[in-house]
Design a protein around this ligand. Sequence first.
Ligand code: ATP
Length: 441
Amino acid sequence: MVALDVLRSLCKRRGFVFQASEIYGGFESTWDFGPLGVELKRRIADAWWRDMVVSREDIVGIDSAILQSPKVWDTSGHVSGFNDPLVDCKTCQGRFRADQLQESACPRKPSKHPGEHGDCDLTEPRQFNMMFKTRVGPVEDSAAIAYLRPETAQGIFTNFLNVQQSMRLKLPFGIAQIGKSFRNEIVTGNFFFRTREFEQMEMEYFCRPEQAADLYGYWIKERLNWYHSIGISPDNLRAEEHAEKDLAHYAAACTDIEYRYPWGWGELEGIANRTDFDLNAHAQATGKKLQWMDPQTNEWITPHVVEPAAGLTRTVLVALMDAYDDETLEDGSERNVLRFHPRIAPVTLAVFPLVKKEGMPEKAREILKRYLDRFPCLYDAGGAIGRRYRRQDEIGTPFCATVDGQTLEDGTVTLRDRDTMKQDRVKIEALGDHIDEASRR
Ligand code: ATP
């Protein structure tokens, strides 16, 4: 498993992820996605959107505002209940989550947990609300307070009627959303595993109350399969059900899809049975009837909700960790490879002219142009072919096509596979299907 500092340095060197405000010495727990990082993130988000929304008749998407009425967060329970227990150490001024002391290190003596070292002097835990507060408009009074959303889900619940009516949806149906969320986390870190600004991919699946238990099981399986479909190794994934005492204030049951991070198993996605908690709470607070009428029986139903809530930025980190490989070849040389699945690789096809003459660069650019609309492509004419292959291996490009003398005669290129390093002659017009075929595996 890749060490975090190795991954961090690769991410910076090859343009995946940079420390935010780096030229000012950085800003705690914030990261910027570089040219390859943003492409990886978009492709993961696109794969999710395609599988969760586009290819399904029962799910639609929305994109709601980050700033909502503060009343939304009163009703959802986030103002009173979205707290983490915080403890301070009076000796070292360290701040820790009281429920995660066993996973934290004492800053004075990192081999010990906070509270276990003789000099530690921890305060009693106090509740710390994790929502970011801001002010809306120029007036600085308490009526102007608003919050940055800590989850995308509430924008879905508040639009339940708008979406259901405008799209004439019948139960069961889902509403999906991808977007930023903000949490003033007490402890951040492990590269961009836990940050204060992050992106989520959430879907609320509304159903009849009696369907919720089955759908909860269905979505756990679906979501695990989805991670397999973007190439995350099944050995590094597992589903763990929460004990009742650990459930969030809105959930009747919750299972985490966990990944085997370099520091141990941890959450990647949470699948919760939220019951009718949110719709009921918003209906009560607003006096609106957030229900659906069964056209067969004329009965009004308050739907129950199963929610698969994934972290997009966290999935980017998992994709990087899982793809990383440091391989020793038969000749004893080392090769750094990111084994991204072709569905999510930031570059799917790199096209090289063998030499910068005899019309090869022009031909290579022609191929690039032909396939750019189909998947991300890149042109590279710099240096020996072997070096060019290594550069693509390091950023995870699954296929490299080289234009050589024969190309100009018979319209074929050598297609080199990142993982097997095998080379085949393939007709230029067959490249797209060949790559699509591999992407479906
Ligand atoms: P944790 O217990 O780790 O704080 P959570 O259970 O509060 O997380 P959820 O509310 O279930 O997380 O959020 C759904 C998903 O959003 C998580 O599985 C994770 O992928 C992502 N996520 C939540 N908080 C963060 C964060 N601070 N940074 C990055 N991703 C996050």
